[in-house]
Design a binder for this molecule. Structure first.
Ligand code: FES
Length: 117
């Protein structure tokens, strides 16, 4: 039986994450079983491959390994400060994390009014 680690999601509850499993997958499962009941919204999920940045979280304690993450969404400085994309980390111990608001780059142009032209 694979090892299992606890993911304590700040203010929301706990998830069980099996060895080699992505933190996001474990948290989604926990939410579907009602174990993250204090999370007032559905977990933000997008590409699931470290590319869109919607699943940002901050690891507050614990060990993990990580796949490549888009540096457009997690800079090197942020990574050193514990910011991660939860779809791209694999806990290696019990961890504690906080879900962070996603940083979504706006691709829409600002409309100009006729007075600005
Ligand atoms: S779901 Fe897209 S980066 Fe995690």
């Amino acid at each position: 039986m694979p090892a299992a680690f606890k993911i304590a999601v700040e203010g929301a509850g706990e998830a069980t994450c099996y060895e080699g499993e992505r933190a996001l997958v474990a948290m989604e499962r926990a939410q579907s079983f009602g174990r993250l009941k204090n999370l007032p919204y559905k977990l933000p999920v997008g590409c699931r491959r470290g590319g869109c940045g919607i699943c940002r979280a901050r690891v507050l304690s614990g060990a993990y390994r990580k796949d490549l993450m888009s540096q457009a969404h997690i800079s090197e400085e942020e990574s050193e400060a514990g910011l991660v994309l939860s779809c791209s980390i694999y806990p290696l111990s019990d961890i504690e994390l906080r879900i962070e608001p996603p940083q979504v780059a706006s691709k829409t142009k600002t409309a100009t009014t006729s007075e600005e032209k």
